[in-house]
Design a protein. Structure first.
Length: 118
């Protein structure tokens, strides 16, 4: 079960083959660090924290269809979140949609037992 939250405005979103750091704020006030990437014209959202040494993926760049970490250049596939071999690691992949002027991402709601207040 997920919750769609606003990440940024369409106008602030990265241009083709650019990335940016952003934070999705859930209704319960939890901040989720996101790397918003525009790979060949398509927006994707993955976790911003590199599994290698916690580098900020949204501070990196796009190369050959992958997001590269700015610290040691591990390359991440934005559809699977997997690091390219020989590295091993994975970041979360979040569904993205554009609604009007807003870019939204779907964040899993922890627990899921309690009803989220409307
Ligand atoms: S911290 Fe990302 S590649 Fe090392």
């Amino acid at each position: 079960m997920g919750e769609w939250v606003r990440l940024c405005g369409v106008a602030e979103a990265p241009g083709t083959d650019e990335v940016m750091e952003a934070e999705a704020l859930t209704r319960e006030g939890r901040g989720v660090p996101i790397c918003l990437a525009n790979v060949e014209g398509t927006l994707s959202a993955i976790g911003n924290v590199c599994p290698h040494r916690q580098g900020p993926l949204g501070g990196g760049w796009v190369e050959e269809g992958k997001v590269l970490c700015p610290w040691h250049a591990w390359a991440f596939d934005v559809t699977t979140g997997e690091a390219a071999a020989p590295e091993r690691g994975r970041v979360e992949v979040y569904p993205v949609k554009v609604e009007g002027e807003d870019v939204l991402v779907e964040i899993e709601v922890a627990g899921g037992e309690d009803d989220v207040e409307g």
